[in-house]
Design a protein around this ligand. Structure first.
Ligand code: PLP
Length: 482
């Protein structure tokens, strides 16, 4: 592609994207099309033998994406924990792809690696985590949590687990996490070779937080049964209801028992930047490792996640190998500030420049802007809770961080008996499906003590108070059609 052509079609693409951003509030959140319809749209041909002019392709594919996507940038998209992507992040990804550094190794990405290292320190500083530790940018919360889990596995096994594996020790390594913990821990237990039965799902209290007596009980029971407890996972903002575990108390239990303390803050950790954040959330600094997703509450386009560790060496201890073909002493033998080779700090080898969108977002809005956007989301979630509470046909259920849960209870339906509750669960399940495919407002669901509830998670800088005010009306109107 010539420079001239790139310039012309690049400008045109940016114009189209700007128009798309402007059009978001007027669009349906989703066209609600079936897999068959979408496959037919693409056609079912094999790879084209000949080429097509790039400008033509970009015209065609931008229409395709704008008209047949689910728009999580829509102001009334409040489902799962999928945030609106900041425009600066989209530009950052374009720029990162153009320079195309490989952040596996310092010499292949000198300034990019330093931007990643600075981004990691800034995130730590923002949430009150030690800035002299280490970490790395990864694809998502799952991966960020895996890194913490693997660092713990290496650090807390007192044999050479990376060489000898699990077989060298007859006592099973066991992990502790609340029943509200995200499913990543099953994948981590599986791929680390521990097996999913090594996870102890600790009971929760009435606020969906880990029950600390139950945690102590499980640890003691496992010890007396010949297991080797090695990690406790605290959740800072649970995926269903935004519950924050009692992190200081869990840290103390880890300390007493010589266990690694990992915090899953994939969703909630950025809220620790707020001066008014709950005390439990402000205790993130007690964790040996922490996972956080800039592609959630820092509004970066997917994918961007981050692992932080208190002791920087624990990541290379868990992941580093040094093959001869990497020439690792090429630049830093006489330098008292050696560069980081990030391939030694995680699972990936070739690594992309994810940090740029996070770094630019932070610089664009500053700490104050980031804090204000999070604060606004929390205020909107509280507003929604109040509106549901006041509405005769809505029942407000939980409110933590920027997650509010509620359900539709039509006036003619009773509550309380098992039969009535079952009917309400089914009604709300159908309502959620209708809302999700309807395209007007998008929520997801949670199950709390057997109750099927609707769930709005506001990680959306485009959502306004008017959007939230409109929500109860949309929900009840949709519910009445069932
Ligand atoms: C979203 C989430 C995860 C998984 O993160 P991905 O980015 O989806 O991989 C893990 N834990 C919690 C608490 C989450 O909210």
């Amino acid at each position: 592609m010539s420079g001239e052509e790139f310039r012309a079609i690049g400008h045109e693409l940016v114009d189209r994207i700007a128009g798309f951003y402007d059009s978001l509030p007027e669009r349906r959140i989703t066209p609600g099309e079936s897999p068959r319809i979408v496959r037919d749209l693409l056609g079912r041909n094999g790879i084209p033998a000949g080429g097509t002019p790039a400008g033509e392709l970009l015209d065609e594919v931008s229409e395709l994406l704008f008209d047949h996507s689910l728009h999580n940038g829509h102001p009334k998209f409040l489902g799962y924990i999928t945030s609106s992507g900041a425009p600066i992040g989209a530009l950052a990804d374009l720029l990162a792809a153009a320079v195309n550094p490989n952040l596996g190794k310092w010499d292949l990405s000198p300034v990019a690696t330093e931007i990643e290292a600075q981004t990691i320190r800034w995130i730590a500083e923002m949430i009150g985590y030690p800035v002299d530790g280490g970490g790395g940018m990864v694809s998502g919360g799952n991966m960020a949590n895996f890194l913490g889990f693997m660092a713990a596995r290496k650090a807390r096994a007192d044999w050479d687990i990376r060489t000898d594996g699990l077989y060298a020790e007859p006592r099973r390594l066991t992990a502790y996490a609340s029943q509200e913990t995200h499913t990543w821990i099953q994948k981590a237990a599986d791929i680390s070779g521990l097996g999913v039965d090594a996870v102890r799902w600790v009971e929760t209290d009435h606020l969906q937080r880990m029950n600390l007596d139950a945690l102590q009980g499980h640890i003691e029971e496992d010890r007396s049964n010949g297991c080797r407890p090695f990690i406790v996972v605290g959740t800072a903002g649970s995926v269903s209801t935004g519950a924050v575990d009692a992190l200081p108390e869990i840290a103390a239990i880890c300390e007493q028992n010589n266990l690694w303390f990992h915090v899953d803050g994939a969703y909630g950790a950025p809220a620790a930047a707020l001066p008014e954040a709950p005390a439990a959330l402000k205790a993130l600094a007690l964790a040996d490792s922490l996972a956080l997703d800039p592609h959630k509450w820092m509004y970066c386009p997917k994918e961007a996640a981050c692992t932080l560790v208190k002791n920087a060496q624990t990541l290379p201890d868990a992941f580093s190998f040094s093959p001869v073909y990497y020439n690792l002493d090429s630049h830093d033998s006489s330098d008292d500030e050696p560069g980081i080779n990030y391939f030694e700090h995680g699972m990936q080898n070739t690594r992309g420049f994810r940090a740029l969108k996070v770094w630019l977002s932070l610089r664009h809005v500053g700490r104050n802007g980031q804090v204000q956007m999070i604060r606004d989301d929390i205020a909107l979630a509280k507003q929604l809770f109040r509106l549901c509470d006041e509405h005769p046909e809505l029942e407000a259920c939980t409110q933590n961080l920027s997650i509010t849960t509620f359900r539709y209870v039509p006036e003619h339906l009773a509550t309380g008996t098992e039969q009535a509750e079952q009917a309400l669960n089914e009604l709300n399940r159908q309502l959620m499906i209708r809302l999700q495919t309807g395209g007007e407002a998008y929520v997801s669901n949670a199950v709390i003590d057997g109750k099927y509830v609707l769930r709005a998670c506001i990680v959306n800088f485009r959502t306004s108070a008017e959007d939230i005010e409109a929500l109860p009306g949309i929900i009840v109107r949709t519910g009445q059609l069932i």
